[in-house]
Design a binder for this molecule. Structure first.
Ligand code: FE
Length: 302
């Protein structure tokens, strides 16, 4: 979108870019998942706490092995994608297709469950710090039954860039930097996700165009943020998902302690969501089918 031929329609119409403001705050609450991993869940606490196409966001952060050592033994998924991003720690993913991937500090894993996957996500450390995230992003009806796919993204494959107020890592989509676009390794998905990890110094500013049709939210894992600018600027404390209003630009400023945050945006699907645990489909009948397939051992069958 950085081609000289690309002219923003709002500029042609003489409109000012609409800066997205903070519309809704979803505080993360402590939950336990897997075999007893302690998490903070913001999106996905219930069906009322989703942001199409995002179904869930978990943060796990602990120095206490009791909080993470049990991991996530083999379990199924169908109908969506799970994305794991690790700031610190070491996990091993294994699935029924024989994929085996080590997830280390600074790396990501993008797993498309599609029709079905059975996998485990287990810590490879008995002590030390673990800090990371998993979010779930829905698939359109037309892709829910496609073959499962899995991608390991090594830390060195996630491009980083110093920006005026800090630094940014681009996992998915493209960051429009003043010096030109910086494309992350994940591109071409039908939900066109943007997934950035941004660190700002105290008072540092992050500004970015966001397609006006995308939903978007922020989650500060360290420090706190001020979202928007001028009269409409509002504080967003840490460990809370901040859902943004409609608009075509995001402007964020770090508080006095600086901040580290995730920025996530994607094209909503506008389709019915029926979820039963690790299965996310469009109808109750499809959920019943997923359960029957899992029980009969054909969840993952080609
Ligand atoms: Fe999983």
């Amino acid at each position: 979108m950085n081609s000289p031929l690309h002219i923003d329609a709002s500029l042609l119409a003489g409109e000012k870019p609409r800066i997205r403001s903070l519309e809704r705050v979803i505080p993360a609450k402590p939950v336990s998942d897997g075999a007893g991993v302690r998490l903070r869940r913001s999106l996905g606490q219930s069906s009322a706490y989703r942001l199409d196409p995002f179904l869930m966001l978990d943060e796990f952060a602990s120095d206490d092995p009791d909080d993470y050592i049990a991991g996530f033994p083999p379990h199924p998924h169908r109908g969506f994608e799970t994305v794991t991003y690790l700031l610190a720690g070491h996990f091993l993913h294994e699935d029924h297709l024989g994929h085996k991937g080590h997830l280390r500090s600074g790396g990501a894993q993008w797993m498309t469950a599609g029709r079905g996957i059975i996998h485990s996500e287990m810590p490879q450390q008995e002590s030390g710090r673990v800090h990371g995230f998993q979010f779930w992003i829905n698939l359109p009806a037309s892709e829910k039954m496609k073959p499962a796919a899995y991608r390991d993204i090594a830390p060195e494959d996630i491009p980083g860039l110093a920006i005026a107020g800090g630094e940014i890592r681009v996992v998915a989509g493209t960051f429009e930097a003043p010096g030109g676009p910086l494309a992350g390794p994940v591109q071409g998905l039908s939900t066109a996700p943007l997934f950035f990890d941004v660190r700002l110094v105290a008072g540092g500013r992050f500004e970015q165009p966001v397609p006006s049709g995308h939903t978007a939210f922020l989650y500060a894992y360290s420090g706190a943020l001020i979202v928007g600018e001028g009269d409409r600027a509002q504080p967003l404390p840490g460990q809370q998902a901040g859902v943004l209003s409609a608009g075509d630009r995001v402007v964020v400023t770090a508080g006095d302690e600086g901040a580290g945050f995730l920025f996530l945006a994607a094209r909503p699907l506008g389709e019915p969501v029926v979820q039963y645990g690790p299965f996310v489909m469009n109808t109750r009948e499809e959920i019943d089918q997923a359960i029957a397939d899992y029980q009969s051992g054909t969840l993952t069958a080609a």
